[in-house]
Design a protein around this ligand. Structure first.
Ligand code: 5GP
Length: 205
């Protein structure tokens, strides 16, 4: 008999290192699966549907919105992107930890639709360190860095909507903390037991 999995949302301001932390998490734990988004953006040559994204037409996506098929969605640079509910729910029922790496606005939208998720906020060690990381990437102008820092202040003010705050001082530390959260959440009664099956002397994997 399989334990149920859960949805884990990893969020935080731009530049905090969500992508790096999620990649490291995925490498070290084969129970974790990345949520694959749906999009109306044209497929790039090396991309595969169902691997990188589920590529949908505008009509298919709009139909999905009407039928409440997305945990959240947004229009980014003119294309629609969203988190398909079925993919997440199938993974959870299959005992997987589905991770969603998403900005704060998206995370709060997910929380409205699926409050049973585990919501983790990745914090920079300090605002000056966030500024250093954003400047260091070299991809943003000084004005862009200032804009992102201002956005970050607004985003961090939403932290009480989350259950966990993990400081991303080093990737190793952040990953270790998130793995502890996964261990604890896996032991939650709600994620664990079907009492009927347990009382029938079934054993858990
Ligand atoms: P790209 O087209 O370059 O793969 O992604 C463009 C943008 O879409 C990125 O900023 C990415 O974070 C955002 N994005 C990708 N998937 C989703 C999703 O499922 N929901 C939302 N809200 N944004 C997404």
């Amino acid at each position: 008999m399989k334990k149920k999995g859960f949805l884990m949302v990893i969020s935080g301001p731009s530049g905090v290192g969500k992508g790096t932390v999620c990649q490291a998490l995925l490498k070290g734990n084969d129970k974790i699966k990345y949520s694959i988004s749906a999009t109306t953006r044209p497929k790039r040559p090396q991309e595969r549907s169902g691997d990188d994204y589920f590529f949908l037409s505008e009509e298919e996506f709009e139909k999905g919105i009407k039928e409440d098929k997305f945990l959240e969605y947004a229009r980014v640079h003119g294309n629609l992107y969203g988190t398909p509910k079925d993919f997440v729910m199938d993974g959870i029922n299959n005992g997987e930890v589905i991770i969603l790496e998403i900005d704060v606005q998206g995370a709060l939208q997910v929380k409205e639709n699926y409050p049973n998720g585990v919501f983790i906020f990745l914090l920079p060690p300090s605002m000056s360190e966030l500024e250093r990381r954003l400047t260091h990437r070299g991809t943003e102008s000084a004005e862009q860095v200032e804009l992102r820092l201002n956005n970050a202040r607004g985003e961090i003010s939403k932290i009480n909507e989350y259950q966990y705050a993990v400081i991303n001082d080093t990737v190793e530390n952040a990953v270790a903390h998130i793995n502890s959260i996964i261990d604890a959440e896996s032991l939650r009664v709600i994620n664990n037991l079907s009492l009927d099956e347990y009382l029938k002397e079934e054993t858990y994997d």
